[in-house]
Design a protein around this ligand. Structure first.
Ligand code: SF4
Length: 299
């Protein structure tokens, strides 16, 4: 049976304002009716759902909506909830909720903002959380060196589950900063080889295109979260699947996944033409990610 990951873009608001931000930001959130539609969608389609990821530029900003969805779907979707957060407004109450309901938590370390490692580590220790925790080190085109710095801090805290994520789909990459990025990633790789035992993982196969069902704040479902970036947004309608209020179980069975895969391939070339160094960035990351990204093994 085909099972899909669902990504819910809870809000396009963010509590940061990074200069390298490549996603469309505004104040949009789901209406009360949209939230009920999402609940119904998840309940109705639960047998086809692999994970439900609460996403957004900062999903904790609408934590009450997240709670409402979980409270009303947890019987069907138990142990499949995932969240991505920059942790800025994390507090005891929210962390307790995380501990109770989330199977996986991704912390985003956005290099322009101070990530409060101590606070997050305290939370982790406090609840001795036995879930999957990952740290995404976001690398922007002007601060490639910062990734090594963040990586070293993670190692000091004995955190070994991390992803290296350059900001994709921005026009800011060029030959010079791509070379610097390669150098940095090589250093991280060498650091790993020198000081830690090392396991090759399966690589970051779709490093750029996440083929999930992405529910955007317009309450429509798209084939990938890439539609939320400026560069892909003009092609959004091509990756539209359903309106959240109208989708039903049979849609899953009848969906032509190959059609969307082909559309993505075609659109990718349009995007490469608009952003000269994008393809090179992808090639660098695909090469290094075989060693670095998404290491799901326990250390
Ligand atoms: S890059 Fe991420 S953390 Fe920074 S402003 Fe954009 S959405 Fe927010």
């Amino acid at each position: 049976m085909i099972k899909k990951d669902i990504i819910i873009n809870m809000t396009r608001r963010c509590n940061y304002n990074c200069s390298y931000c490549n996603v469309i930001k505004d104040n949009s959130v789901f209406s009360k009716q949209n939230i009920e539609d999402i609940v119904n969608f998840l309940k109705f389609n639960s047998q086809y759902i692999n994970t439900v990821k609460f996403f957004g530029w900062e999903p904790i900003l609408v934590f009450d909506d997240i709670k409402h969805i979980i409270e009303n779907t947890k019987d069907e979707i138990w142990n499949k909830f995932v969240i991505v957060t920059n942790a800025k407004i994390l507090n005891d109450e929210i962390w307790e909720y995380f501990s109770k309901y989330f199977e996986t938590i991704f912390f985003s370390i956005d290099t322009e903002n101070d990530f409060n490692y101590e606070k997050v580590i305290n939370f982790i220790n406090q609840f001795s959380l036995n879930h999957k925790l990952y740290f995404n080190i976001v690398i922007n085109p002007w601060e490639e060196n910062n990734s090594l710095e963040q990586f070293t801090i993670l190692k000091e805290y004995w955190i070994n589950k991390y992803n290296i994520l350059p900001v994709y789909y921005t026009k800011e990459w060029n030959k010079k900063n791509l070379l610097a990025l390669s150098e940095n990633i090589k250093n991280i790789l060498n650091f790993n080889l020198d000081y830690y035992w090392f396991q090759q993982n399966e690589g970051y196969v779709s490093s750029l295109i996440n083929e999930s069902f992405f529910i955007d704040t317009d309450s429509k479902i798209y084939y990938s979260d890439i539609v939320s970036t400026y560069l892909w947004n003009p092609y959004k309608r091509h990756l539209f699947i359903w309106d959240i209020a109208e989708s039903n179980l049979n849609d899953f069975i009848n969906l032509d996944f190959w059609k969307y895969k082909k559309i993505i391939k075609v659109l990718e070339n349009f995007v490469y033409n608009k952003s000269e160094w994008q393809k090179e960035l992808h090639e660098i990351m695909d090469y290094f990610s075989v060693y670095l990204n998404n290491n799901w093994n326990d250390f």
